[in-house]
Design a protein around this ligand. Sequence first.
Ligand code: MN
Length: 502
Amino acid sequence: MKFKFENYEVWFITGAQLLYGGDAVVKVDAHSNEMVKGLNDSGNLPVNVVYKGTANSSAEISEIMRAANGDPKCIGMITWMHTFSPAKMWIHGLMDFKKPLLHLHTQYNETIPWNEIDMDFMNLNQSAHGDREFGFITSRLRKPRKVVVGYWKDKDTHAKIATWMRVSAGWADAQDMRIIRFGDNMNNVAVTDGDKVEAEIRLGYHVDNAPIAKLVPFVNEVTEAEIDALVAEYLRIYDFADNCKPGAELHSYVRDAAAQEIGLRRFLEKKGAKAFTTSFDELEGMNQLMGFATQRLMAEGYGFGAEGDWKTAALVRTMWVMGQGIPGGSSFLEDYTLNFDGAKSSILQAHMLEINPDIAAKKPRVEVHYLGIGDSGTCARLVFQGHEGEGIAATIVDMGNRFRMIVNKVNVIKPKELPKLPVACALWIPEPNFEVGAGAWILAGGTHHSSFSYALTVEHMEDFAEIADIELLIIDKDTTFRNFKQDMRNNEVYYFINKALR
Ligand code: MN
């Protein structure tokens, strides 16, 4: 599944005005060029910044905003007011603008030159009040945006811009996201369902059903030679249990899983899909649940949600995109079982099969076992444990009048061996602790499924929720039940009124 930050760019425009004369604007332009070059040369930004000039009038601003909307390479806009830029001229352009916005509050000059400073200097280094004027109009227009404050050469400033760029790329990627569902939601499950029309309006996700029978021919048409080649790859990169090595009694299940992987990939490519869901109740024509194939495709960047969970499938894809190039990996996970152990109380994250091997602490092992649930049958799978480290778990639920994103900072710890549970897993302690972390997640109505990432931080998800303009509840070290409940009550009022105003 191809994805490259290099396919995208972020535009940069500098607010000014002609009040100070043409010479000032020429200087503003030169400074802006130098700053954009500096940002790109820093090596700290995943997406190239393209300077689009100074904006000195309403007509200029409208033109550039319309061009940005229409250019598929452009995933967002950085604005910066070098001088005072009267904000009425931003109204039409900002109202038209449909992409992520970052307002950079910085200044060309770093420290005040106390002995030399004069009125010319003051006229040229006016971000301090220019950016406030711009801030007013973006607030007045209720425009979602990220405000980054910091010197343009500082690494911390770059880090905040980089986070927003990753999220903007994930957002762009989501705007044409097609999610294939093999079978419906698992019978009667509520939290994984939701309003697919609203999801397409709000988040860009398009969800399509595909009967499993449409996939079966793709799997059956895979040749023995193709299976040989893929199994050779498995042998190169994974350990194998003795009974599923080539020639052993259960090896045929591994070959069948390889055929599923190739067939499923071809099917998704043909459909132009970036994510998919499966159902263990709908497997007619398949001899095993596509667990191994799912693990492999997730590692390639396909989003996945089990039992028809299309919202999680989409979020897994988006988080994979946002985290590209950062070590750590991401995966679909599910809260399985609790381990009460005082301050170390934790939750075992697992699934029947479908966990991304990118999060593995050690080389994953190919195993074949019978799986009694639904029509799953005897299934190949990669067995491993997630490595230790900090990460985030995120989900989106449909609250009826809005989508709510819930993000929990978690600490993955080392589980013990699980000799009788041959699945991939991770063990984590949610922040601020097990009691408040799990309790707040439940109070918020969070799913048992989540999209997990070691690579991303809460800030990525804050930027995502801002761009999507959806509710965000964060559970981290600062969370208390009292404040969390009050936040949810406040949000109920906010979204009720917000809806009425739209
Ligand atoms: Mn599940």
